[in-house]
Every structure is written in C-alpha cells, then in structure tokens.
Ligand binder design. Structure first.
Ligand code: NOJ
Length: 515
C-alpha cells in the first residue's frame, strides 16, 4: 500500500466545471492550478481528475479519441504536466481517469478498425465476422453497431452507442469471431493501455482511477479473466512504476483488490446499499429518522472481511454520475453524512461542490450527462458574475447555474464559521491527526439495528481506539455501549452521555470519542 493513501482525502474535479481561467466558458487545467491552494485549504491532499483528453464529448470525455493528448479546450499536455508539478510541490497527489473499456468511434484505432482490409487495428475492437451476426447479447456487451463501414461485421459497444468496446477477448468463447484472452489482438489492446499508463506516469501523474474496470473481458463468469488481466497490468506497473496507484470503478472490492487495485469505490448501483444512507426516499442521514443503515452495514462488513489488510473500500460524497447529495439532504444533514464519510476506513472522496452543498439542478442534458448533468454545474466560488467560475457570458458557460437566492458559495461559507464548508474542513483535519481513523485502521460495528438509530462503530489501530457515534435523527436515542469514554475529539450538536453501559445521544448529534 502506498503510504500517502493512509491519511489522504481526495477531491474529485470535473474539469469542465471547476474554474475557467481564460474566459471561454469552460473550466481548464490552468484554472485547476489556480485553485490548488483552495483544495489544500479545505484539507484535501489528493485529486481525481475526470477525463481531460481529446474527445467529441458525447459522454463528457469518457469517449476518448486520443488518450495521449489533452483536449484543446482544457489546455495542453504541458499544462497537465505543470499541474502534476504544482500538485507535487504542495505535497499532494493526482490520479487521472483511465478509460480502458471503450473509445469514441472517432478514435483513429476505430477508424482503422472499420477498414475492410486487414490491418494492425482489425482486432482492436470486438467485431463479428459477418454483418448479419450480431455481437450483442453476450455477457458484458451492452449493444452493437452495424452498417457503419464497409467492414463485414457488427461491432460491440460498451455504454453509449458511440463508445465502442475494446477487445480484451472472451473468457468463454462460443463463436469463432470471439478472441481468446491471450490472442495476439487481445494482448495488443492490453499493451496499448500499458503504453498509455506509461505515457502519463512518465509525465508525473500518480496513478489512475479506472473506468468500468470490471468490464474488460467479455463472457467472464466470476470475472476470473478480468482479474487476471488486471494482475498482469499491476505486474507491469510493479516492475516499471511501482508507486503508481490504481482505484477501480468496479464495486466488487474482493475482485478488484485481487486484481491488484489498491482501492475500489463503493458504487451507487449494484449491491452496495450506499444509496440507503444518502440517496433514497428515506436516507439514513435524514433527520426524519426513517432510514435503515443495516443492509449497508451487512454488505460493507462482508466486503471488509474479504479485503481487510489487502486493499481499501472508498466512500465518495458523490460523483459526476450521481444526483448531488444536496438533492436528498440539507446542509445540516450533510454535516452528519460527512461525520460518517470522514470516519470510515478507506480513502474518502469529496466531489467538487459537495463541500458547500451545491444543489442538484434539473436541466437539459449536456455532453451525454442526462440526469447527471445537474450534478456537473460550474463551481460556485463567490458572488461575482457566474459565481466567479468564468468571465464569459452566462449564456455561454458550460451549463446553467443555481439561481436560488441562497445558492451556496465557497467564499460565503468560508467566512461563516457554522457553515458546511467549515465542518467538512474540520472533519478532514480531525481525521488527518487521528491515526485510528486512517484508511487501514480497523472497524468494528458496535450498534446498528434495522430501522433504528444511532449508528455506532469503533475504529482502532495500535495507537488506540476511537468510538464513532452518529445520530442523524431528530429524536433522542439510546443504545447499549460498554466502552468507557476518555476524550471527545469531535462533537457535532449537543454532547453525548454514557451512563451505566448506555450511550445516550441528543437529536442530530455525532461524536468521535477516544475509549
Ligand atoms: C463510468 C463513468 O463514471 C461515467 O461517467 C461514464 O459515462 C461511464 N463509465 C462510461 O465510460
């Protein structure tokens, strides 16, 4: 495990919407450099940057057309190198977003692959051998394109129809056009991805967040071949870039960590029960007190047991694919959610704007965002034009912004000692100086019953134990708790009490207590 991950807190930047330094209405890399001090002031010391490469932006950059070139609208490769340098100068780290599962249909690999004459890229994508034979319908293939070129075959897509699936082979082959995982063409795709990683690692990035990491090998029961593929990628990195960090968008940490990832995200889809906490009709962190954290805890505990000591499970405040947390929780409820996020194992991720509780806006889709677009609106820095995001005309900025008279801003909240921003910043600094709360310190759940509050757990390492108690509900609650409090290191709301083996928690209170 890379040491720096232990006490890190990440900040996710969606480059389109962070800070526009040249007044063209869209965020850019020099703009990120200008705001690094801000990220550091908040307390975050690492960055995950969403894709910033050449792309037709049919899926906000997850449809790459050149992996080795920064999109002109964001700047140049030199700007990105400068960002790496400025990040490291501050003792911070940065991960780029690697999209190995698919490219845009406008990638040169695909243009060559569409040619009827056999060439180096004929096997780079998943093609059938006849236009009437559909590649769709096999596990791992979401759709297909046919009739788009003179090549006689249909080709697999991965997500949107313009994102063509790269060919890593099939674990179980049922047709002759399906490549084996160790076929020359599947190995060539692997090598191409290694080359891309090497290209950016040589320039100074610290690693990658890997998009749809579990989806590469098709028809792969139990993901066995996909795990082996990532083990091979990791072996390559270990030999050449041993410090490179990988975090997966996979959502099955036992598999991804076996594949060599340092960490995996808790996802908002699939079996994680992440949504029960933050984003459902009755979220656990709402003060109405009708939530249920028990299924989350059960799933989490199971994954934790499978991965403890091997890798980390990371909990994000949100990301560019989810509705903003603020859609479900108000600013005060969000403080409680952060008291949870900042005290769990793994590495916490703060999605830009979530530190001030930016709203989820309902708007027409931009760049394939659809309902996600409302979570991708430009950062609200201050009360200047376009909330300080850009000097361009409001009509030409990336997306519309919050028009509410109480739209949160960074400058407004930094000045207000009671703001969400200040609470998030305080929580990050408490975490940073408390080794019991770091990424790989242990967790043991002390109280979590179906449809009940509070949620109580113990974090520990060789230096001691910290009890975390969270009562988001608006009622006074109690639970059995045999620990003897020594010192409170963080309190939200009124103080909790321990009497005769009972923990008593006032409404909307949280505490981290050395025991
Ligand atoms: C997951 C990314 O986070 C999302 O934004 C993207 O649309 C899909 N993968 C496809 O790459």
């Amino acid at each position: 495990m890379e040491n720096w991950l232990e006490k890190s807190v990440f900040y996710e930047i969606y480059p389109q919407s962070f800070y526009d330094s040249n007044g063209d209405g869209i965020g850019d890399i020099p703009g990120i450099i200008e705001k690094l001090d801000y990220i550091q002031t908040l307390g975050c010391d690492a960055i995950w940057l969403n894709p910033c490469f050449e792309s037709p932006f049919g899926d906000a950059g997850y449809d790459v057309s050149d992996y080795m070139k920064v999109a002109t609208r964001y700047g140049t490769n030199e700007d990105l190198e400068q960002l790496f340098h400025e990040v490291h100068k501050r003792g911070m780290h940065i991960l780029l977003d690697l999209v190995p599962g698919h490219t845009s249909t406008s990638h040169n690999w695909f243009k060559k692959s569409m040619e009827p004459k056999q060439n180096e890229f004929s096997g780079r994508y998943i093609w059938s051998d006849n236009i009437w034979t559909d590649v769709a319908g096999f596990p791992g293939i979401s759709g297909s394109l046919r009739g788009i070129s003179q090549r006689d075959g249909s080709v697999a897509t991965n997500f949107f129809s313009h994102q063509v699936a790269l060919n890593y082979g099939f674990a179980v082959r049922t047709a002759s056009w399906q490549s084996a995982v160790d076929s020359p063409e599947a190995l060539a795709t692997r090598q191409a991805i290694k080359d891309i990683m090497a290209f950016w690692l040589d320039k100074g990035c610290d690693g990658f967040r890997v998009d749809m990491a579990g989806s590469l090998v098709k028809n792969d029961p139990e993901s066995r071949e996909t795990i082996k593929l990532w083990q091979d990628m990791r072996a390559y990195l270990d030999e050449n870039y041993p410090e490179a960090v990988l975090i997966s968008e996979w959502g099955e940490p036992d598999k991804s960590i076996k594949g060599g990832f340092h960490m995996d995200f808790l996802l908002h889809f699939g079996p994680s029960h992440y949504m029960d906490l933050f984003r459902c009709d009755h979220p656990f962190f709402s003060r109405e007190g009708k939530g249920d954290a028990s299924k989350f805890v059960e799933t989490y505990s199971n994954n934790y047991r499978l991965t403890d000591g091997k890798g980390l499970i990371c909990i994000p405040s949100g990301n560019h694919d989810m509705l903003r947390l603020r859609r479900y929780l108000d600013q005060s409820e969000m403080k409680m959610a952060y008291a949870f996020i900042m005290s769990m194992p793994g590495v916490p991720f703060v999605y830009y704007g979530d530190e001030i509780g930016m709203r989820h806006l309902d708007m027409v889709s931009v760049e394939g965002g659809y309902e996600r677009t409302g979570a991708r609106t430009p950062m609200q820095w201050d009360s200047e034009k376009n909330y300080g995001f850009s000097t361009a005309d409001a009509s030409s900025i990336y997306t519309a912004q919050d028009t509410a008279c109480d739209a949160p801003t960074v400058s407004g909240q930094m000045e207000d000692s009671d703001s969400l921003w200040n609470e998030v910043s305080k929580l990050i600094s408490v975490r940073r100086v408390t080794p019991q709360l770091w990424a790989s310190s242990k967790i043991q759940f002390v109280y979590c019953e179906p449809n009940r509050y509070p949620l109580v757990y113990l974090r520990s390492n060789s230096s001691g134990r910290v009890l975390v108690a969270l009562n988001p509900s608006s009622s006074q609650v109690t639970c059995p708790c045999m620990y003897t409090p020594k010192k409170a290191i963080y309190t939200l709301g009124e103080a909790v009490e321990f009497v005769d083996g009972i923990l008593s928690m006032p409404p909307e209170s949280a505490a981290y207590i050395e025991v």
